[in-house]
Ligand binder design. Structure first.
Ligand SMILES: [Zn+2]
Length: 507
């Protein structure tokens, strides 16, 4: 029997429709916390061994199948994907597959929450264009992020889906490998899977979604037990709330050989979600109170207290340049405190001009003016510099080469506090201690460590933390769902666990 020929491609974006910064083609081309746009056989070298779905798929499939690598591309989460960027990358994928010759199947590494200028369901539109090329029957296995906002149409166009089961996403490569097993089942049977799709009737805020906490840990833990015999797979996407689109929210998908069995599994999972509603809780505390609480804990603690700044998390499409939490650290007189990474290319460049040991007057942050935000104008001393190129070491990004542009450690010169801020030039969330360590800050030697991240930081920082405190500071990743000015949600959805019913009349 000849080896199956499988085309592989990836196109990932998590779109925050409230972000003031659109996502352009150049953002997909560039590297940052993720590899740059990669084509054809370069894909094998770049993705081998990485915790990225395409890497997991390739490593699982390469010995058995002939893989035809097309393209992989990802941009840091941000605002609407420019239509020309989507059209260009979608065309490269579709053309590459059209020119690939006879194929037995396709694997796609997608996100599930891509919104373009013209399409609320970016992944659905990509699959529509791809089906125009390959027809309705060719098996297409897709892996997705846990934050996908899925639509019924997208589920219909895919042959099978595998979704991350961890947040922080430590199982991205494992999900790619799972997609390989599911595609193998489809190739072996020659029959399409029966499918089930269910949508939850309430949105779950990002900061309540961690699978290292309840109820996320228990809910995702139920999935393997619902699989077996006629159910090939069942998955749950918690969804990505800062997306003002009709299908925003959590969903369940199941695939298998019998319709009744996949329907039953999906209904069981949906019921478990509905019964868990009151267990989700929102941990946000106003920034100054959060810093005071963290200082109190840190006073007698042996380990650092981690302060998260979820509303300015670039990993959810915020800018990463707001100073609310930084100002609170200075105002409250925090000592042995550091914050990273704050996106500010101009200040980073000034620090590099000034050199280590020099002082200058900095205007930190607020690079993209946003409501209720302002720069922190302050004297700083440059303590360390880097070119932003280093290796991530944590459980999520470990092994990936970071390219965060010019970076600097700045000590804020202030009599009452001792606060250091790490500034960088390419937007990235802090989910890995290497962002601090590579530039000379050992997080374990700090009292307070502030990170611009909502949940991903937990994978690498929870093990060194005395406690984690979530601060509410300004940013474009709004976490109080009932305060978000949604206009396009479906009418019956509720804004958060036990939250109010969305009403489009509230416009
Ligand atoms: Zn995600």
């Amino acid at each position: 029997m000849s080896r199956p020929r499988i085309a592989v491609a990836g196109f990932q974006h998590e779109t925050n429709t409230f972000s003031p910064v659109p996502t352009r083609y150049e953002d997909f081309e560039a590297s940052g916390a993720w590899p740059a746009l990669t084509k054809e056989t370069d894909i094998f070298a770049v993705f081998h061994g990485l915790n990225i779905p395409l890497g997991g798929f390739i490593d699982a499939a390469r010995d058995e199948w002939d893989l035809v690598p097309i393209l992989w591309s990802n941009a840091e989460p941000g605002g609407y994907v420019a239509q020309d960027a989507f059209d260009r990358i979608a065309a490269m994928i579709c053309d590459g597959i059209a020119e690939a010759g006879a194929l037995d199947g396709i694997y796609l590494d997608l996100h599930g929450a891509m919104v373009t200028d013209d399409f609320e369901d970016g992944e659905g539109e990509l699959l529509r264009r791809l089906r125009d090329v390959v027809g309705p029957d060719l098996p297409i296995a897709v892996s997705l992020d846990l934050h996908g906002n899925l639509t019924r149409e997208f589920v219909e166009l895919a042959s099978v889906l595998a979704i991350y089961r961890t947040y922080p996403h430590v199982d991205m490569a494992a999900t790619g490998a799972r997609a390989k097993l599911l595609l193998a089942q489809l190739l072996a049977s020659g029959q399409p899977f029966a499918k089930a799709f269910r949508q939850l009737d309430y949105l779950i805020p990002l900061q309540a979604q961690s699978t290292m906490r309840e109820p996320g840990e228990r809910l995702y833990g139920l999935l393997p037990g619902l699989e077996g015999s006629a159910v090939a797979c069942i998955d749950l996407a918690f969804g990505f709330p800062p997306a003002d689109i009709h299908h925003c929210g959590s969903s369940v998908v199941a695939f298998g050989t019998e319709q009744a069995a996949v329907d039953h599994a999906a209904d069981e999972m949906l019921k478990a979600l509905q019964e868990s509603e009151s267990e989700f809780h929102n941990p946000l505390i106003p920034a100054n109170a959060a810093v005071r609480q963290a200082m109190e804990i840190a006073a007698t603690a042996g380990k650092p207290v981690i302060l998260a700044d979820p509303q300015d998390n670039p990993g959810a499409g915020a800018i990463g340049d707001t100073t609310g939490l930084l100002k609170a650290l200075v105002q409250e007189g925090a000592k042995q405190a550091c914050l990273g990474m704050l996106w500010d290319p101009e200040t980073a460049s000034k620090a590099h001009e000034a050199g280590v040991g020099s002082s200058f007057t900095a205007s930190i942050g607020n690079c993209v003016p946003q409501p209720n935000c302002g720069a922190l104008d302050v004297q700083v001393r440059v303590e360390a510099l880097s070119d932003g190129k280093f290796l991530f070491t944590g459980p999520m990004y470990g092994g990936t080469h970071a390219d965060l542009g010019s970076m600097a450690v700045l000590l804020i010169l202030d009599d009452n506090s001792e606060v250091r801020v790490v500034v960088g030039s390419h937007r990235a969330q802090n989910a890995d201690q290497a962002i601090f360590r590579h530039i000379g800050i050992d997080p374990t030697q700090q009292k307070l460590v502030a990170v611009k991240s909502a949940v991903h930081f937990l994978a690498d920082y929870q093990p060194i933390a005395e406690e984690v405190v979530f601060a509410e500071a300004p940013g474009a990743n709004p976490c109080q769902l009932d305060l978000i000015p949604f206009k396009r949600l479906r009418p019956d959805v509720r804004l958060g666990p036990n939250g109010p019913v969305y009403s489009s009349a509230a416009e």
